[in-house]
Design a protein. Structure first.
Length: 250
């Protein structure tokens, strides 16, 4: 039986369509999805694996498509590779830059605390330890705040009795304060924290003496207490640094 002209054309059309069919590269799709998830790497270093995985999987997909039968998914693989490379660089740079700024800001705040005590202003230094929402301005109205707010007044009275505070006030500007070590400076996205160790040196009857002070600070980033502000949460005089055999007991 002879094949009709219509049947012959249909057969050729089906063969052409089958010849143009190319399977989808699953790796390309996975790489694209990992690339789209890469922005989460900005949240925490533990998620840095997302852009790295996007680069690895997308690169593998492109290699496979270039060295096997024709497959679709090249655009998806290139997008996954590009986005993955972007965040693989961006996330660490952003983290390290933020940590550097965190260290600088924490040192400035701790330096202000030492400066206020050296200038004989423990009533102002105490405010740096108060929760930002309850903190009074460091201006001429501060003493009025202590007179009218019993809680702050009692807090100040207890504060100035601390041996470290009294020592730094007595030493005044004779004390030479320098940063000795940064034991911790990190963020979890909600709070910034820093643990700084300072060496305080002074002359005592012709003899140079040095002791160490640890200053711990925290900064709330959630907005619960208004704009982020540092607060000194703990100070420890006579501290022995880790570098000199002390223990990190946080």
């Amino acid at each position: 039986m002879s094949t009709s002209h219509e049947e012959l054309e249909l057969s050729r059309l089906e063969e052409g369509e089958l010849g143009e069919y190319r399977p989808l590269c699953v790796s390309a799709v996975v790489g694209l999805l990992l690339g789209l998830a890469s922005p989460f790497s900005l949240i925490h270093p533990v998620l840095w694996f997302l852009p790295l995985a996007a680069v690895a999987v997308s690169g593998f997909a492109l290699y496979r498509m270039a060295n096997s039968d024709p497959m679709t998914g090249g655009l998806a693989a290139r997008i996954g590779l590009g986005v993955g490379l972007l965040f693989a660089v961006w996330a660490p740079v952003r983290s390290f830059s933020y940590e550097a700024l965190l260290r600088r800001d924490a040192q400035q705040y701790a330096g202000l605390w030492f400066s206020l005590l050296a200038n004989g202003e423990p009533h102002k230094a105490y405010q740096l330890t108060v929760t930002p929402a309850e903190r009074s301005p460091l201006d001429d109205t501060l003493w009025q705040s202590y007179r009218t707010r019993a809680t702050q007044r009692q807090g100040l009275e207890t504060y100035v009795q601390q041996p470290l505070v009294r020592t730094l006030v007595v030493l005044g500007k004779r004390a030479e304060v320098r940063l000795f070590d940064i034991q911790r400076a990190a963020t979890d996205g909600r709070y910034d924290g820093a643990d700084l160790v300072y060496a305080v040196s002074f002359e005592d009857q012709g003899t140079r003496k040095t002791f160490f002070v640890r200053v711990q600070l925290v900064r709330n980033l959630t907005g619960a207490e208004g704009p982020p502000q540092w607060r000194i949460t703990h100070t420890d005089g006579g501290y022995k640094p880790i570098a000199l055999g002390g223990r990190h007991d946080i």
